[in-house]
Design a protein around this ligand. Structure first.
Ligand code: UD1
Length: 344
């Protein structure tokens, strides 16, 4: 069975993808520097799958160490590259750290791919590349808008680096997956999202408010041009999202790509407002959320949700889990998670 390198494999989406890969029989090598994840995630992965992934604690900015991983595992066939900084607000404060980490990591991987003759890469991209879309739902041909944060810009630049690299390396195949808003946790509650410090994202903030770790959820704006005035997103279950990576890897391994660089939206096709998420969470879990409407958050778009037709058709993949089931999984994870130590 193929050996797959998963960078950022102890992170939120990475760990769920590692589980799906291992359950499909792939052998997995994880590279992670644990800058935004914990080693215990490996225990969760092992508890679910009954197997241990290989783990290399390596920072992808360190070219020499990256090369050593490939020397140690010369049979790596494909790469899924999750490892990146991803906090929009932080990227505004520390743009150089974001450019250095997100761009250099990809460059080092591409160099190693050339050296070790690895032909397949799946890249974690984001719907943030569409900015505030002109029309909804947004499909893959929508124009790339000027990024509203250095984080978003790193995703755009990485996609450009990939396309430029493919021009001179016809042996390579790349699939860029543009995620909408991944939420929820594995149904076993053994892995899930583990934000360090105060969460930036909506659903971890909701679950921590329900758990009493946060006193109140701030709803950022109720004067958008949406049905209830709060902003609308396409929330996709993280296990559905993880499964799309298996499909993408199989597509690359089977040389089924239509073009060397392919892009797919990974969403559900349905938008939910912030207030709808709160109500769906309350319905699914029986927990009341203490919330208050405050000003809009700078840099937020009004609404974005995916046109999923192309991914559904070409990949034969579809998001299957409903919003309440997904929010309940996030709540179960919140209740079960062992590590509250970073939650201040
Ligand atoms: C954004 C990016 C996404 C990126 C992610 C990384 C867009 C459209 N999406 O997601 O590509 O991967 O950041 O973090 O740019 N909200 C509240 N209260 C809170 C937290 C959030 O009301 O305490 C609202 C936000 O205003 C937003 C929605 O909830 O309307 C979702 O926010 P969040 O979970 O942070 O994700 P995005 O900002 O959509």
């Amino acid at each position: 069975m193929s050996k797959i390198l998963v960078t950022g494999g102890t992170g939120y989406i990475g760990s769920h993808t590692v589980v799906e890969l291992m359950e499909e029989g792939f052998e997995v090598v994880i590279i992670d520097n644990l800058s935004n994840s914990e080693l215990e995630v490996l225990d969760g992965i092992t508890a679910i799958t009954g197997k241990e992934p290989h783990f290399e604690k390596v920072d992808l900015r360190d070219r020499e160490l990256v090369i050593k991983v490939f020397e140690k595992h010369p049979d790596i066939q494909s790469i899924i590259h999750f490892a990146a900084f991803k906090a929009v607000g932080e990227s505004v404060d520390k743009p150089l750290a974001y450019y250095e980490n997100n761009l250099l990591s990809l460059i080092h991987l591409l160099e190693a791919m050339k050296q070790f003759k690895i032909a397949h890469l799946v890249f974690s991209s984001s719907c943030t590349v569409y900015g505030e879309p002109d029309s909804l739902p947004v499909d893959e041909s929508a124009p790339i808008k000027k990024a509203n944060s250095p984080y978003g810009n790193t995703k755009q630049i990485c996609e450009e680096i990939l396309q430029d690299t493919l021009e001179s390396s016809p042996e390579l195949g790349v699939i860029s997956l543009r995620y909408f808003n991944p939420i929820g946790a594995h149904p076993s509650s053994k892995i899930g999202e583990l934000p360090i410090g105060v969460p930036n994202n909506l659903v971890p903030f909701v679950t921590q408010t329900a758990a009493g770790i946060r006193e109140r959820l701030n709803v950022f704006g109720d004067n958008y041009n949406t049905p209830d005035g709060s902003a609308v997103r396409d929330y996709i279950n993280v296990v559905d999202l993880a499964r799309a990576h298996i499909v993408a890897i199989r597509r690359l391994l089977a040389n089924k790509q239509k073009t060397a660089f392919e892009v797919f939206n990974l969403g559900t096709g349905k938008g939910y407002s912030v207030l709808e998420i709160i109500h769906a969470f309350e319905k699914a879990t029986g927990q009341k959320i203490n919330f208050k409407v405050v000003d809009r958050r700078e840099g937020d778009v009004e609404q974005v949700y995916a046109d999923t037709a192309y991914a559904n058709r070409e990949l034969g993949w579809k998001a299957e889990k409903g919003i309440e089931e997904t929010l309940l999984s996030a709540w179960n994870w919140e209740k079960n998670t062992r590590s509250k130590k970073n939650r201040s």
